[in-house]
Ligand binder design. Structure first.
Ligand code: ADP
Ligand code: MG
Length: 508
């Protein structure tokens, strides 16, 4: 029998706010000292009262609006009761049957729309540090009471890849909205996956409505873990069903090293938590004007940016995805393009810095697509290469978009070879200098003079008899070596095409 995987996700996000969800303690995920951002409220002292953090409510509504959820006009808080040492009050303030946002959808790359069931607000717990070498555990309450947004999907996902794509797209949206850094390694974005199988009905376009018994997997702290754990679980359940066995409803963990899920505990039901309305907080009425204000301030979202980049710049999907995956990089690229276009379309650019001191020919026709491609290619190969190597972000770099555009101009006009361009860019990266200055200081203007190139080529030929004879015997590889030697000689400045032609002529 064939089975269809059914997957729903529950995703928790720590919101970026100044203070905690129900008190004035600082919300600082980077605080290294334990138990400094705490107060009587978030440590659950008797007699204290919570107050609602407006910023957290606003950020959650923002996410709701971005995912086309409905925003409740009245929302309520509930106590979720359970005992654990990281939960000082013995209950978590959450939202049970009146969440802030309900409904909505998120389109995963590839185009499938995944329905969102609800988005609600709650508070995070403290953190336990298990000091096994001293035989006891410590608890840090800095995280206790941090605003935690939970998003629950409908069971619309069908594979590990889709589950991971959903989480990744949500992360990007959260970052674009500025509501969370959503760093999975830091636990700011936590994914739980619910998985079941049901018989596939190949003759029917409509889905079988009945859902199978589900298993919930916790502790998925990377996108790879989400994908691998879901795929593993699909396989495990299929094998059990094939053997005529039943799926046990339970919570499982994921071991990345073993590549397996393992049983943790039998699943608790919502009645285990004895939810009841939080008596210390009023229900919250949300003013439609407040919602409208949030809606007006929504930024361009990743999907919209991808569409616009395709339309406006004619780039391919892979390039667009890489640019859009980092909002700052996308912004840098757009600034570069706009500067680059200015230069390239400003006629003779006699007055521009680009032409100053260099012998450049104006371009009769500006081929916009070529310029967009050039800007995208160099941004994604050279600039992103430098960023990745240094583990730096666009915010940290000294290269200004107008300087990067000027650098592209120098390449495009043939003022420098693409080989010398690498040295120029590195110098810009290291010093923040503008490229024209670097080219002048380091004397890196491309050598176009055939006589000068021929002189270098002759020297290289006379010094490399072995390669020359190899080439004459038909080893074409030897030419590459000779060109390389001449390039070294000229510090990458010789016009590569001319150089190759001259060698071919000399070695005939
Ligand atoms: P619970 O009460 O056990 O937490 P919910 O109904 O609240 O279950 O659903 C939690 C998540 O599990 C949601 O994302 C939902 O889409 C998903 N889910 C519910 N039932 C199934 C199922 N049978 N198979 C897979 N996912 C499911
Ligand atoms: Mg649940």
């Amino acid at each position: 029998m064939k089975y269809e995987p059914v997957i729903g996700l529950e995703i928790h996000t720590e919101l970026k706010t100044k203070t905690k969800m129900f008190c004035a303690s600082r919300n600082d995920p980077d605080e290294k000292h334990p138990n400094v951002n705490i107060c009587p409220v978030c440590t659950g002292q008797p007699g204290t009262l919570p107050t609602i953090n407006e910023e957290a409510v606003k950020k959650t509504i923002k996410v709701g609006m971005a995912l086309e959820s409905k925003i409740a006009d009245e929302t309520r808080w509930d106590r979720k009761n359970y005992f654990y040492p990281d939960l000082p009050k013995g209950y978590q303030i959450s939202q049970y049957d009146k969440p802030l946002c309900f409904g909505g959808e998120l389109t995963i790359p590839g185009g499938r729309k995944i329905r969102v069931r609800r988005i609600h607000l709650e508070e995070d717990t403290g953190r336990l540090l298990h000091e096994s070498h001293v035989g006891h555990s410590l608890v840090d309450f800095n995280r206790a009471g941090v605003p935690l947004m939970e998003l629950v999907t409908e069971p619309d996902l069908r594979s590990g890849q889709e589950a991971s794509a959903f989480a990744q797209e949500l992360q990007l949206i959260l970052r674009y909205l500025g509501v969370s850094d959503a760093d999975m390694e830091k636990g700011q974005l936590r994914v739980e996956a619910n998985i079941s199988l049901r018989p596939e009905n190949p003759n029917s376009k409509t889905q079988i409505p009945n859902l199978g018994t589900k298993v919930e997997i916790k502790n998925l702290n990377s996108f790879k873990a989400v994908r691998d754990a879901v795929d593993y679980e699909i396989k495990r359940q299929a094998e059990l069903l094939e053997d005529g066995k039943k799926i046990v409803q339970e919570t499982r963990g994921w071991s990345g090293t073993k590549g397996e899920t393992f049983s943790q505990r039998s699943k608790e039901e919502s009645h285990d938590y004895r939810y009841f309305p939080e008596p210390d907080l009023p229900s919250l009425k949300i003013d439609p004007v407040f919602i409208q204000d949030v809606a007006k301030a929504l930024p361009e979202l990743p999907a919209q940016k991808r569409e616009r980049f395709a339309r406006q710049y004619g780039l391919g999907a892979a390039q667009i995805n890489t640019l859009v995956a980092d909002e700052k990089l996308a912004e840098f690229f757009e600034n570069v393009v706009s500067e680059f276009m200015d230069w390239e379309s400003s006629g003779l650019d006699k007055d521009s810095r680009l032409a100053e001191g260099f012998d450049v020919a104006p371009h009769a026709v500006v081929d916009k697509q070529k310029l967009f491609d050039l800007a995208a290619n160099y941004t994604l190969s050279d600039l992103l290469g430098l960023l990745n190597k240094a583990s730096a972000s666009v915010d940290d770099i000294r290269i200004k978009p107008e300087d990067f555009a000027e650098w592209l101009g120098l390449i495009h006009r043939g003022v420098i070879t693409s080989r010398a361009a690498k040295d120029v860019l590195y110098e810009m990266w290291a010093t923040g200098k503008d490229p024209s200055l670097v080219v002048k200081e380091k004397n890196l203007v491309q050598i176009q003079d055939a006589g000068e190139i021929e002189k270098t080529a002759r020297e290289v030929v006379s010094r490399n008899a072995a390669a020359v004879s190899d080439y004459k015997k038909g080893k074409l590889e030897a030419l590459k070596f000779l060109v390389g030697e001449a390039m070294k000689e000229t510090r990458g400045k010789a016009n590569p095409q001319l150089l190759k032609e001259i060698f071919e002529k000399l070695l005939k």
